[in-house]
Ligand binder design. Structure first.
Ligand SMILES: [Zn+2]
Length: 390
């Protein structure tokens, strides 16, 4: 019997209300809501005869009573601030439904702190598992209330001193599959309830620092200024033009801080961050070169200095071809694969073990907001793709 909307609804019923308020879902890592979500995870696991363990990064594992390594399915249970109902939780609910139907032993995993909404540590649990987490940096981070991650983890019953031991758990996995809400309208436009993800886009974060000269915005002649904000603005427009000139590339000037940020002063200093995502690393190289050119031109025009640095970069992820083929075989022959422009735990794991992803149609394309929505019949169809492919 194939998986139906009612099966998914029954599994989601217990997790949906946790952290749900008038502005959306708030289920941030290491909070009381996170602990309630872990309790839901435990109930789901025990009903299937799986044993719940918590790895040193706080990720939840529901493991079978059979020697590992196992294949695992899962996603995450944490949310962003004022998030939606399906990002993450749907993947864990679907994972339990898939696990309940497979004859061979399989594990279900809910990765800790995937969103990184509290400490800006996205894909925390999966990065810890593959040994790609800067442990000292993460533990020293503080949330809005000044609480360190060390204290937050300890409060949640996870020993922060054990965090560096997380990679020892990776050997328990043969591979990992994740079901997730589509965060675009791509599947909706294609008229498909579910789709196979080919890989994750390459990502680059650039930082721009412009130094000019503070001066009176009324008395300084237009020709005699060193306006840091004006130069930054030229780069904002250039970033947009660079993305438009390269198919498949998205680039955004996302954050801008100016000094002295005063109503009647020409800006002396501007710091800006630029987020670039593209199908291939070569696209990132081209955009980076374009941004450097634009910054140099803006600096020369405006009598300021402009420095561009790489804040972070991650190369494109390609999911395991044999897994993609097995999943694609569950879909119509003309179904195209998707390229994902967001980060996911499955993408982190793909660096080390076989991994794949299935997306569920999202008619609005909205995610990370309470208006995000999927039809549970579509979620059931996507879970069936995983079941058939597994
Ligand atoms: Zn997610």
């Amino acid at each position: 019997m194939s998986i139906t909307a009612a099966h998914i609804a029954a599994r989601m019923a217990g997790i949906l209300p946790i952290g749900l308020g008038p502005n959306g879902t708030n289920r941030l890592a290491w909070t009381a809501e996170d602990a309630m979500a872990a309790e839901w995870f435990r109930e789901q696991a025990e009903a299937l005869g799986l044993v719940v363990e918590r790895d040193p990064a706080g990720s939840l594992w529901a493991v079978p009573d059979a020697p590992g390594p196992w294949w695992a399915v899962g996603s995450h249970l944490d949310s962003v601030r004022d998030g939606g109902s399906y990002d993450g939780a749907l993947g864990v609910a679907a994972a339990f439904e898939v696990a309940s139907r497979l004859r061979h032993p399989i594990a279900v995993i809910a990765f800790a702190d995937e969103e990184g909404a509290r400490f800006n540590t996205p894909t925390f649990g999966s990065r810890a598992l593959v040994g790609r987490l800067d442990v000292a940096d993460a533990l020293g981070r503080r949330d809005h209330d000044g609480i360190s991650m060390t204290v937050a983890m300890r409060t949640a019953g996870v020993d922060p001193d054990g965090l560096a031991g997380a990679p020892a758990w990776l050997g328990r996995l043969k591979g990992f599959l994740e079901l997730h809400i589509d965060q675009t309208t791509e599947l909706a436009e294609a008229g498909m309830p579910a789709g196979v993800v080919a890989g994750l886009a390459a990502r680059l974060r650039l930082a721009l620092h412009v130094r000019g000269r503070a001066d009176h915005s009324g008395t300084t002649p237009m020709g005699g200024r060193a306006d840091a904000l004006l130069a930054a603005a030229r780069v904002v427009v250039a970033v947009n033009d660079l993305a438009l000139s390269r198919p498949g590339v998205v680039a955004t000037a996302t954050r801008l801080l100016t000094e002295p940020n005063a109503l009647t002063t020409v800006a002396e200093d501007a710091r800006m961050w630029i987020d670039v995502r593209a199908p291939a690393g070569s696209d990132l190289d081209a955009v980076e070169a374009g941004v450097r050119d634009a910054a140099a031109t803006a600096a020369a025009l405006g009598g300021v200095t402009a420095e561009v640095t790489v804040a972070s970069r991650s190369e494109a992820v390609v999911f395991t071809p044999s897994i993609r083929a097995a999943l694609r075989a569950q879909l119509p022959g003309d179904a195209r694969e998707l390229l994902c422009f967001a980060g996911h735990d499955a993408g982190i794991l793909a660096e080390r073990i076989p991994a794949g992803m299935v997306f569920v149609r999202n008619a609005t394309g909205v995610s990370h907001a309470p208006t995000e929505h999927v039809e549970l019949a579509d979620a059931a169809a996507a879970a069936d793709v995983m079941l058939g492919g597994g």
